[in-house]
Design a protein around this ligand. Sequence first.
Ligand code: SF4
Length: 349
Amino acid sequence: MSSTSSRLLARYPFIEDAGNYLKLLDYRLEEFNEPYMGSVVDKATKRVIAAIKGILYDPDEIASADEELVSFILACIMVKAIRSKVLYRRFALSEAKRAEGFLVDDLSSSSVKDERDNTLNSILKGIFGIDVTYNSSDGSTYMIMVEDYLRYSTHFHDDYWKLVNRVVHKGYVYLSIKDMVRLVRDEIYALIVNRLERLNVDYGHLPEALQKRITALKGMTLQLARDESKEPVIIERRGYPPCILNILKALEQGNNPSHTARILLATYMLGIGKDVEEVCELFRNAPDYNERITRYQVEHLAGLRGNRVKYSCPSCSKVASQGLCFKSDECDGISNPLQFGRQKKRGIG
Ligand code: SF4
């Protein structure tokens, strides 16, 4: 296996060849009890801790591509053994964001051409089937076919991602490197979640060295488990308009609603009389949840910070223009989500 392939696997360990590569290296699980494997077990543990804390795994040093790759596989085994869906999502998001950084780096015009082409062929074309072409005429954009763009941009509701706001020429959409990579980050996230779900881990047969780490990590995951137990409380509520229910459902499923969707949810909840605490709670299930940042943003919308202006819930026409309206018959005759089911709303909260 070439060093470039090994480098790719270390940066993008979720790619299909990773499992095969482990077999090629002839690793056996019981080997991880041996002292010489301590550093790779440490790295795997750090990966999981980074996910629990909602930060990116940043190794002090990259000893070898093999070690990076093996630490990812071990981290997946640990996450699977801990059996927390919230941790699955956090881990997948943490690793997807890390890969996003590498992709931007690899696809940037300053990268070595071979690395750029290798990444294009192995990740974007190889895994996601996106036919991407480097636009050598300006050296900073990529071109993808319109149908590919539409397929991968459907879950972005911001105007920014609408096709009318893109440069389109002869059936191709022109994208900056950052946008190109952002387009596939959610796919990487979904791929890692899928890999975790398919992984079979028999805790009783894991080496003692891994079991000890898993026990310690379980303790750290307890808070996440408590958050998990709060999810049904959110979705069982009745009386919310379809646009709001849709965002709550996305949060319940561990997805990342867009920035505009989060503003709609927060301003709606503040508008019906929820306090800052209650609104912040709704975002706890978001994979990228950060208590300090969420509180700051909600307090800002509530008029408790900055210019002290309380933000209003946007009108239905504004929500529709943002692609967030899922109008039902019950919405007839209203112009703002706050007017939805006024009779029922008295029963909420
Ligand atoms: S019509 Fe208004 S309340 Fe109903 S889903 Fe659309 S934005 Fe929400």
